[in-house]
Design a protein around this ligand. Structure first.
Ligand code: GLC
Length: 540
């Protein structure tokens, strides 16, 4: 077997992810190569040229490991395999190699908080209290009154404890088919170190780590206290996340994993799903720049498209991170929904402005598949929904809306699957946005996104560009990243360009006519040279 090589640091010791754009690709929804209605690895290989053309640096694949799919791969039954419906290990090797030939790296999704109940570890653990793998999971006796061990609720709001006929409850912070691993057990650490090494040796450039702040649970299994906030990052269903996640011992896991990541050349990336409400607690997962190299910024993603709030979070994040560490920004993912809907209500001007922000902030940016064409959430009728976890949840926390197939073109099957094949989730309306419909149109959102990524590479380059908020008002945001000044108008009225803005390198406006000099159209953003910073450049 040939192991794909991922090329090294850019010579200067700068990690490749500083300045990079990572593309989150939901493998089941990107391209179906065998007409079974589900996307697969060969489909991804077939369309890698789209990503190379777009200009992304790396791809994060949603879970690819074998799984009974109660939670679409976030219930893993074999950590060193490939889900047969997605392909084979040889396909994944080829995908890594082919991406590498196009200058792109591949990250996998790693799920260390829980396994599937179909994992052989759990099958053994459930066989009896003396089983070898019993301590791999969190088991607890009933309370003296026969009740559950504590008040913890799972992610659907039901009790997080499942009674098992081996005479104890087991913990599942997600669904009963996703028993939580017991990170107090040293053998669990050894198993995951091996899993990391298995994939790193195959050329995987790193992992997105699922529920990264979850691993350890309180040793005494204390009750969670009541919640006095409506911030879903603080807690849900009336209980604050205190004892079932965010435990201090979890940091030790990442210090160990960082050493493993750093023992490879180039260093492998650990990008955590850090579900925490503020930048201080986010920064804690970077440690002294000796834990995760990147942690997702949920306060940013869940903020409104409000310049004051976004500017504040960016500044606080940069101030909180340890020296040498970089932030990571995203607006959409497979859980939160798509930013073109959440932030922008489908308004193309706002979508283009948000893309500009994502492309020009310092550090690492993550685009979700479809962001590049401004894809909005798809209204999936209840009868067609596939996300078991949210099917019967009150309040429409429907995650399927952001997991529908990539609309490549307007043909039957949408370029995702063959004509006449029913895709696993309904396609977006092909009259809406497609890749083919935008690709050769200079004013399209796809063309804009590509220009933005090219400009990012050319102007911000590699490394951590320094950042400064220049002017933040109720409706406008101007900031400097490295050599460029970005000015963005978040209102329906024209606004003036700040004094620091120089020659315009790129505008988000799709209008042909130039604006009046020094004026931003409603919801227009521009990237400019700093005024007085010298030589001109062609407009991108
Ligand atoms: C993460 C995933 C989500 C999954 C959950 C349980 O939040 O992003 O999709 O349901 O973890 O693994």
């Amino acid at each position: 077997m040939s192991h794909a090589q991922v090329s090294g640091h850019q010579g200067s010791g700068t990690p490749w992810w500083h300045g990079a754009v990572i593309y989150q690709l939901y493998a089941r929804s990107w391209r179906d190569s065998n007409d079974d209605g589900y996307g697969d690895l060969r489909g991804i290989i077939e369309r890698l040229d789209h990503l190379a053309w777009l200009g992304v640096d790396a791809i994060w694949l949603s879970p690819t490991m074998p799984s009974p799919d109660e939670d679409w791969g976030y219930d893993v039954s074999d950590y060193t395999g490939v889900h047969p419906e997605l392909g084979t290990l040889a396909d994944l090797d080829e995908l890594i190699a082919q991406a590498g030939q196009r200058g792109m790296r591949v990250l996998l999704d790693l799920v260390p908080n829980h396994t599937s109940s179909a994992h052989p570890w759990f099958a053994d653990a459930a066989s009896g209290r003396e089983a070898e793998h019993r301590r791999y999971y969190v088991w607890a006796d009933p309370r003296p009154d026969g009740g559950r061990p504590n008040n913890w609720l799972d992610f659907t709001g039901r009790p997080a404890w499942q009674w098992h006929d081996s005479g104890q409850y087991y913990l599942h912070n997600f669904m009963p088919g996703q028993p939580d691993l017991n990170w107090w057990e040293p053998a669990v650490h050894l198993q995951f170190a091996r899993i990391l090494e298995f994939w790193f040796e195959r050329g995987v450039a790193g992992f997105r780590i699922d529920v990264a702040n979850g691993l350890y649970k309180d040793a005494e299994l204390r009750d969670n206290p009541p919640l006095d906030s409506d911030n879903p990052l603080e807690g849900v269903f009336g209980l604050r996340f205190v004892y079932n996640s965010n435990r201090p011992e979890t940091h030790g896991v990442y210090r160990d994993w960082r050493k493993i990541a750093e023992s490879y050349s180039p260093e492998r990336l650990l990008l955590g799903e850090t579900w925490v409400p503020d930048t201080q607690r986010l920064a804690a997962y970077y440690g002294d720049n000796d834990e995760l190299q990147l942690g997702f910024n949920f306060p940013f993603a869940l903020a409104d498209l409000d310049p004051g709030r976004l500017a504040e979070i960016v500044e606080q994040t940069l101030a909180a991170l340890p020296p040498g560490a970089g932030p990571v920004w995203m607006g959409s993912n497979h859980d939160l929904g798509r930013f073109p809907s959440r932030w922008c209500g489908g308004d193309e001007r706002k979508i283009r402005l948000a893309l500009l922000v994502l492309a020009t902030l310092p550090g690492t940016s993550v685009l979700y598949y479809g962001d590049e064409i401004g894809m909005t959430d798809v209204d999936v009728p209840p009868a067609l929904r596939r996300d078991h976890a949210t099917l019967d949840l009150e309040g429409g926390a429907d995650r399927d809306r952001a997991r529908t197939p990539m609309p490549w073109d307007g043909s039957p099957g949408g370029g995702f699957t063959g004509p006449g094949v029913t895709p696993w989730l309904p396609m977006a309306d092909p009259a809406d946005r497609t890749v083919a419909g935008q690709r050769d149109i200079p004013e399209s959102t796809l063309s804009l996104c590509r220009r933005l990524l090219a400009l990012r590479r050319a102007e911000l380059g590699r490394g951590l560009a320094d950042f400064e908020n220049l002017a933040v008002t109720e409706g406008a945001w101007a900031y400097r990243t490295g050599p460029v000044v970005v000015a963005a108008n978040f209102t329906d009225q024209p606004a003036s360009l700040p004094a620091e803005a120089g020659e315009v390198l790129l505008t988000t406006s799709a209008e042909q006519a130039p604006p009046s000099p020094g004026v931003l159209r409603p919801w227009e953003g521009v990237v400019t040279r700093r005024s007085g910073s010298g030589a001109g450049h062609d407009q991108l």
